[in-house]
Design a protein around this ligand. Structure first.
Ligand code: GDP
Length: 193
């Protein structure tokens, strides 16, 4: 799956742009600047696939990526959230798109919720996890930029994160620590996919 190229399929800005429901979808969500593009690029081994955002919080589309090796699967890059300086209209647009996407997306099998290993779960992460719980979309926490903290700190963040998601109905118990920069956790994540 990861030895062959991935193609950009479509950038959806509204419900009408979404691809048909006939492929399994796995999505990536996270706060702006969490390292989502870097992770997708590291995971697929394609440095230019997901665009790294120089402008944090910029409203983007839901981007769908199709692996050449498996036509029945799509990876979905959800637009980043939680950027404090984002204009209200942009936040509203974002919420609408995510809401529309999550509702009735039976082929969306899991969302990887990316959380910066230095900061842990933030209120905006809680908000989107509430939405996932409400719509019964399974999700799993992926800690990013693990190379930026000491191993002991990483263990503490992992334990704290596990505590916070324990009671959530749609959450996956395993937390994956990654570094796109060092390649850490990529095999673990590929196995989940
Ligand atoms: P996005 O906005 O979530 O797509 O985040 P980006 O992928 O654009 O990354 C945001 C910033 O974090 C960039 O400056 C990246 O170089 C940096 N970054 C991303 N992943 C890692 C990582 O694993 N380790 C380190 N040290 N920096 C990272």
């Amino acid at each position: 799956l990861f030895a062959r190229p991935w193609d950009f399929l479509i950038g959806a800005r509204s419900l009408g742009d979404l691809p048909p429901l006939d492929r399994t979808e796995l999505a990536f969500a996270g706060r702006s600047n969490v390292g989502k593009s870097s992770l997708i690029n590291a995971l697929t081994g394609q440095s230019g696939l997901a665009r790294t955002s120089n402008t944090p919080g910029r409203t983007r589309e839901l981007n769908f990526f199709l692996p050449e090796a498996e036509a029945g699967l799509l990876l979905v890059d959800m637009p980043g959230y939680g950027y404090a300086k984002a204009p209200k209209t942009e936040v509203a647009q974002w919420s609408r798109l995510i809401h529309d996407y999550l509702r009735g997306r039976a082929n969306l099998r899991r969302v990887f919720v990316l959380v910066d290993a230095r900061h842990g779960i933030k209120p905006s992460d809680e908000t989107i996890m509430n939405e996932f719980d409400k719509t019964a979309v399974p999700y799993q926490i992926v800690l990013t930029k693990a190379d930026k903290i000491k191993p002991a700190e990483l263990e503490a963040v992992k334990a704290d994160t596990a505590d916070r998601i324990r009671k959530r109905p749609a959450s996956h118990p395993t937390i994956i620590a990654t570094s796109a920069e060092k390649g850490w956790g990529m095999e673990e994540l590929r196995t989940e996919i």
